[in-house]
Design a protein around this ligand. Structure first.
Ligand code: CTP
Ligand code: CA
Length: 220
């Protein structure tokens, strides 16, 4: 029965989910990207939709997901611009996007050609803004969820992000661990919340992680 009738517990909530890795242009044909598949964010959006929320999915990856308002972005700057528009009206922001920490300082307007005399090619990068930190600093009463992708010292690193990013919770995962990294359909998450002991969930599908997260949110 519960597969066919889900109580719309998030009805009336405006929820923004960001998903996928940003693509920072080098020239018209190349970009700097990362291994994020967008699956965790898309699962968050899908489950929120199923619970009756008004979902805006800001994504760098194409998805068939229906019943949500989709905004396609490529770069961190575009993601920031979209969030500046959407965040003030939102109830919840789930920041699952893997934002590039750096982007090329300049974007060539023509395809860069190889120099036959140079075996080394250097691209100068400049820091992207911390979108989560910047946007969450403007919050009125939005609930803000950040992620932490780590390959070591998961709890220490995630705790620092919880304290520095103005997020209400951080969902942390070890992306180097089998079954919890990029591209797969499963994840193993640790939820961190101020003044609470971190809670580590078992390995489960990303859709089940999303269900567990929205259950948690509904208890706040
Ligand atoms: N994030 C962001 N803007 C950035 C970098 C990250 O909004 N320029 C967000 C991500 O969407 C995620 C959270 O910050 O929700 C943590 O991202 P992560 O890459 O794990 O942490 P960083 O703060 O970038 O630190 P580092 O990569 O050095 O671990
Ligand atoms: Ca980062």
């Amino acid at each position: 029965i519960e597969e066919f009738f889900i109580e719309p517990k998030l009805k009336g909530k405006k929820i923004i989910v960001t998903a996928g890795g940003t693509k920072e242009a080098i020239d018209p044909v190349r970009y700097i990207g990362n291994r994020s598949s967008g699956k965790m964010g898309i699962a968050m959006a899908q489950v929120a939709r199923d619970l009756g929320a008004d979902v805006t999915l800001i994504t760098s990856v194409k998805t068939e997901l229906s019943g949500v308002n989709k905004i396609e972005i490529q770069t961190a700057d575009e993601l920031m611009a979209a969030l500046r528009q959407e965040f003030p009206q939102a109830d919840v922001l789930v920041m699952a996007a893997a934002v590039a920490d750096f982007k090329p300082m300049t974007v060539a307007d023509q395809k860069i050609k190889k120099n036959p005399n140079e075996d080394i090619f250097t691209i100068k990068l400049t820091k992207n803004p911390d979108i989560l930190k910047t946007i969450a600093a403007t919050k009125t009463n939005q609930f803000v969820v950040g992620f932490a992708a780590e390959t070591q010292n998961l709890l220490d690193n995630a705790e620092k992000k919880l304290n520095s990013k103005n997020a209400d919770v951080i969902l942390a995962n070890n992306v180097a661990q089998a079954g919890a990294g990029f591209g797969v359909d499963t994840n193993k998450m640790t939820l961190l919340q101020k003044n609470h002991t971190p809670e580590t969930w078992p390995l489960m599908s990303k859709v089940d992680v999303a269900k567990k997260f929205w259950d948690f949110y509904l208890q706040q």
